[in-house]
Design a protein around this ligand. Sequence first.
Ligand SMILES: Cc1cn([C@H]2C[C@H](O)[C@@H](COP(=O)(O)OP(=O)(O)OP(=O)(O)O)O2)c(=O)[nH]c1=O
Length: 201
Amino acid sequence: MAAAQIILASRSPRRAELLRQIGVDFEQIDVEIDETPLADEAPQAYVLRLARQKVVAARRAQGQQLELPVLAADTAVIVDGQILGKPVDRADGIAMLQRLSARSHLVLSGVALADARGEQAMLSQSRVTFRALALSEIEAYWETGEPLDKAGAYGIQGLAALFITELQGSYSGVMGLPLHETGELLRQAALPLLGNNNSNG
Ligand SMILES: Cc1cn([C@H]2C[C@H](O)[C@@H](COP(=O)(O)OP(=O)(O)OP(=O)(O)O)O2)c(=O)[nH]c1=O
């Protein structure tokens, strides 16, 4: 296996899969932060703050000797201006999916990269539209286990693909790691992908 180029501060297997997709060699570590929104915090500011906090916490945990850049992300579903995180239980998950039925919502993903020079963050914003969902279908979806660990109680990359009539924005951003923005942050940190350090060339 090639030597790691960066640290991915995430437990998420989806983020690891997406980072592998763009050919980055990485080590994955866990970070735990408080994900409670601040009073009156805008959703965009919220996901950017959490992504930054994850990289900062990871660098702190690794100590001064850490040399590799650290990448982390945070994803939230926004409906009527309200932030939906991961469902806390079955009733919460079912209520979230009922709210998302027959309308569109926003999915925000913040991604941050920290290295010795400090940290940078970028935002990905997508609009996802769901068809009308029957309660029986929502209940059956909950029973699959797929919604449990996902913001908004669904996974675009899984069975919830059956619900989505339209996506405007970034599929990888909805799934948890926006790959265009990730590539830009890596390029700015002098870790170019495809050996190209110049987006115009
Ligand atoms: C909307 C949506 C979210 N998700 C996932 C991505 C994230 O893993 C999760 C949102 O929770 P996050 O708090 O962003 O991330 P996490 O706690 O799972 O992982 P970590 O903090 O360790 O990086 O929801 C999907 O997998 N598919 C989707 O379609």
